[in-house]
Design a protein around this ligand. Structure first.
Ligand code: M6R
Length: 365
């Protein structure tokens, strides 16, 4: 049931503070401010030489964000593949290493095949799934559930942010077991995770501004999304969401890649969505924005109050998101991305919950 919403997607977007909160409480001891995984892991993170992360579509982008977290917080190298490539590229895999599979439905054929392949190679397999009785959940050695609730809209919204929450908790757990994070680091990071649902609710308040922006977006044929660090996979996810439900062509790039080709696309008809919380790479992203501004591109900046003050260039629109510590920004910055795709699709009059040519669960390779 859609409650008072026009589409399931809108309902699913708005329910995120709640379901991400449920997921948080499954993986965090709120009172002790510690990570508390619901089960003992059948491996020791100290024995893991490398983590392979695999998924499709939005789930692969959640994995892409998690790569930054595992590498930064646990100092463990991560390799990321879309599931349809993982099996065929004959990667040298080491027995006893860890392979993580991310899937909302738990039935995606490519991800399942990749899981079976990793198992056959002697890797530990851990899945992050929303459907706990799905094939991927059953066949993996360890299953960590996202508590996103049933997913009706084809576009992944709350499944994605709940995946991020589980992966963030797991990355902190990994950092702790590998001695890369102290007790104090863990407490600090857990406090940041506990803040996320409230920050997501604040981010939802940008909706009227985004709805207005969507009216212009619906007139465009192409849109570029840029981000650095963990905002890079978010740029990919934002672009996927827009094209998937509104059929407006969109591409996401690492902001630094702009000058290696995509900049040729920029002119006064091109909106460029820049995801840039005020973090360690903000200044670098500002120089990419200057490159866009110099070519007449229309910048739509997603940032915080400090970023809005320091941006130098004059964006067409600035969406100001709540102030927060840098590590876990993707869970909050994804909200305006989802809202923009949603409202653009509504203006375009597409079938938001069931876009053409797409299925909720892709069970063929
Ligand atoms: O069920 P899964 O998470 O395995 O599905 C993977 C992709 O098919 C899925 O994320 C797809 O990209 C979404 N429609 C994106 O919104």
């Amino acid at each position: 049931n859609k409650a008072n919403y026009l589409h399931f997607m809108a309902k699913e977007i708005h329910e995120q503070p709640e379901v991400v909160g449920h997921t948080l409480r499954r993986y965090v001891d709120m009172a002790a401010e510690r990570i508390a995984l619901p089960q003992r892991l059948p491996f020791d993170f100290n024995d893991i030489g490398r983590i392979s992360i695999t998924g499709c579509g939005s789930s692969s982008y959640a994995g892409h964000v998690a790569k930054y977290w595992f590498e930064r917080l646990a100092r463990v190298p991560v390799e990321l593949d879309v599931a349809s490539e993982f099996r065929y590229r004959e990667a040298p895999l080491r027995k006893g290493d860890l392979a993580i599979f991310i899937s909302q439905s738990g039935e995606t054929a490519d991800t399942l095949a990749a899981l079976r392949y990793a198992k056959a190679q002697g890797l530990h397999t851990l899945s992050v799934v929303n459907a706990p009785t799905s094939t991927i959940a059953r066949e993996s050695e360890t299953m960590l559930q996202t508590l996103a609730g049933p997913q009706i809209g084809v576009a992944s919204t709350r499944a994605f942010t709940c995946q991020l929450m589980v992966l963030a908790a797991l990355a902190v757990a990994a950092g702790k077991s590998r001695g890369e994070l102290s007790d104090a680091d863990e407490t600090r990071l857990v406090q940041r995770l506990i803040e996320i649902p409230r920050l997501m609710a604040t981010a939802l308040a940008t909706e009227p501004q985004i709805e207005k922006l969507a009216r212009d977006m619906a007139k465009c044929r192409n849109v570029v999304y840029l981000g650095r660090g963990t905002s890079f996979p978010l740029a990919l996810e934002g672009a996927l969401k827009l094209k998937e439900i509104s059929y407006v062509h969109a591409e996401g790039y690492a902001a630094g890649e702009l000058k290696h080709g995509p900049i040729a696309l920029i002119d006064e008809t091109m909106p460029v969505i820049v995801i840039a919380p005020y973090d360690g790479v903000f200044e670098k992203t500002v120089s990419n924005m200057q490159e866009v501004a110099a070519r007449g591109g229309n910048i739509i900046l997603m940032t915080d109050a400090k970023g809005a003050r320091e941006a130098i260039v004059d964006p067409l629109v600035t969406i100001v998101l709540p102030d927060m510590a840098a590590t876990f920004t993707p869970m909050v910055y994804d909200i305006p991305m989802q809202l923009l795709a949603y409202h653009t699709a509504v203006v375009m009059g597409t079938n938001v919950d069931q876009p053409r040519n797409l299925a909720k669960s892709v069970t063929v390779e």
